[in-house]
Design a protein around this ligand. Structure first.
Ligand SMILES: Nc1ncnc2c1ncn2[C@@H]1O[C@H](COP(=O)(O)OP(=O)(O)O)[C@@H](O)[C@H]1O
Ligand SMILES: [Mg+2]
Length: 406
């Protein structure tokens, strides 16, 4: 057996071992792609998927790559991805920079691509999509052997996928409500400049639960505060419902927050001299078309505590009141910054169930957390590291709050 064949078999063994330990296709793709990246020469991998209802577009289904590809799509024949899909044969580009076509890969703006290998895959009845393996200038170029390994890995992924049948998804219905582009945030202290955000890009879709994950100090709260109109980016833009908010003045930002955003923080910030219902009424009076405070309390299962003052409620109960307070405005978007960080496990789950209600009602939710387990509830997870996106993952079947364990 030659070296190359040995290499294949080793990788196959590792991927099979990793996949045998998981129970869902999402987890299989995640660990499969992770093992593939550890074992192969590739730095990033993207699985593109063509929606059976709309075969004219390829959408990203799963990726390990520091870019938010959620809004990118390719028509068959366009770019290396679309070409591999249309021809149903692999497209390998060893030197991406020197290849005039198909270098128009709009998904790859932002990383320094050296080589690409795109491998199509299908099941018995249709062409499903394409797996794109990416190598960056920082790590050199693919060899011909590497490209062979990539093709083999794509075939294995195809087999794994065909065993578990992809859930159908209606990609074309997704509506972007918020876009963050090239956002940086710096702090100046005398001559010292601290770069907290170093060029952040992502989109938020209407009705989704998006989790922002990362170690303490990596810039999560800073991102959330910029989106919430409470802090200003040093450079870059963010737009809400298509409107650029980056140059909004203080009054416009106040209006934006009042009309569209509900906030939930780690600390509950309830008025101590008002009872639960009065805390909600205070907000309801500020906006047109507010929700009945009792209806909001009912959504978080706190109606029976309506007459309690904050000091008469546990931390978890106070947090559920603050979720109800955020809901009263009927905001389009709820921003929650580590809402369970101060709570024990059992009360955290109760609070997360309240958030589950929020999402089920169709309200978009962005939650910052450093607890990886909580992110299993989200539709998408953006992991930050050192002021930048590190990884974006998709949960096609989000977990229930009651399934979480930590
Ligand atoms: N006013 C400030 N001056 C200087 N550095 C700051 C200031 N505010 C926050 N930072 C720094 O920005 C970084 C990111 O903060 P933050 O967004 O709160 O992180 P996270 O929410 O991920 O824990 C931290 O290293 C923090 O020390
Ligand atoms: Mg924070």
């Amino acid at each position: 057996m030659d070296n190359n064949a040995m290499k294949y078999y080793k990788i196959i063994g590792k991927v099979q071992q990793a996949i045998s330990k998981v129970s869902t296709l999402d987890e299989a793709l995640k660990v499969g792609l992770q093992v593939i990246l550890e074992s192969s020469a590739a730095d990033h991998a993207v699985m593109w998927y063509s929606d059976p209802k709309d075969n004219s577009k390829l959408h990203p289904y799963y990726w390990i790559c520091p870019l938010d590809l959620s809004s990118v799509s390719y028509a068959p024949g366009i770019g290396a991805v679309g070409q591999a899909f249309a021809k149903q044969s692999p497209v390998t580009i060893i030197n991406f920079q020197e290849t005039p076509e198909p270098v128009t890969e709009k998904d790859l703006e932002g990383i320094n691509v050296s080589s690409l290998c795109c491998v199509p895959f299908s099941n018995d009845t249709r062409h499903i999509g394409c797996i794109e393996f990416i190598k960056t200038v920082e790590t050199g170029y693919f060899s011909e052997d590497d490209a062979d390994v990539c093709q083999l890995l794509a075939v294995m992924t195809e087999l794994a996928i065909n065993e578990s049948a992809l859930p159908p998804e209606n990609w074309s219905d997704r509506k972007t409500i918020l876009s963050v582009r090239n956002v940086t945030r710096e702090y100046k202290n005398g001559d010292i400049i601290t770069k907290v955000l170093k060029g952040v890009n992502f989109d938020v879709f209407e009705g989704e639960f998006l989790a922002l994950l990362g170690e303490s100090g990596c810039g999560k709260s800073t991102v959330l505060n910029i989106i919430g109109g409470m802090d200003k980016a040093t450079s870059g833009t963010f737009s809400f419902m298509g409107k650029d908010m980056s140059n909004a003045n203080t009054d416009e930002l106040t209006q934006y927050r009042r009309d569209n955003i509900g906030f939930v923080f780690q600390s509950y910030n309830l008025m101590p001299n008002l009872n639960a219902k009065q805390n909600l009424e205070l907000i309801a009076e500020l906006v047109d078309n507010a929700m009945d405070p009792l209806e909001a309390l009912d959504l978080v299962h706190m109606k029976e505590k309506q007459a309690n003052y904050p000091s008469q409620m546990s931390g978890g109960q106070q947090q559920r009141i603050s979720i109800a307070r955020a809901l009263v405005k009927r905001p389009r978007l709820i921003l929650a910054d580590e809402p369970t960080a101060a709570l024990d496990y059992t009360t955290s789950i109760e609070v997360l169930q309240a958030f589950e209600q929020v999402v089920e009602r169709g309200t978009t939710l962005i939650m910052v957390t450093h607890n990886e387990e909580i992110t299993r509830m989200a539709n998408r997870v953006i992991r930050f590291r050192d002021g930048k996106l590190y990884e974006v993952t998709v949960n096609h079947k989000p977990a229930k709050a009651t399934d979480l364990v930590w």
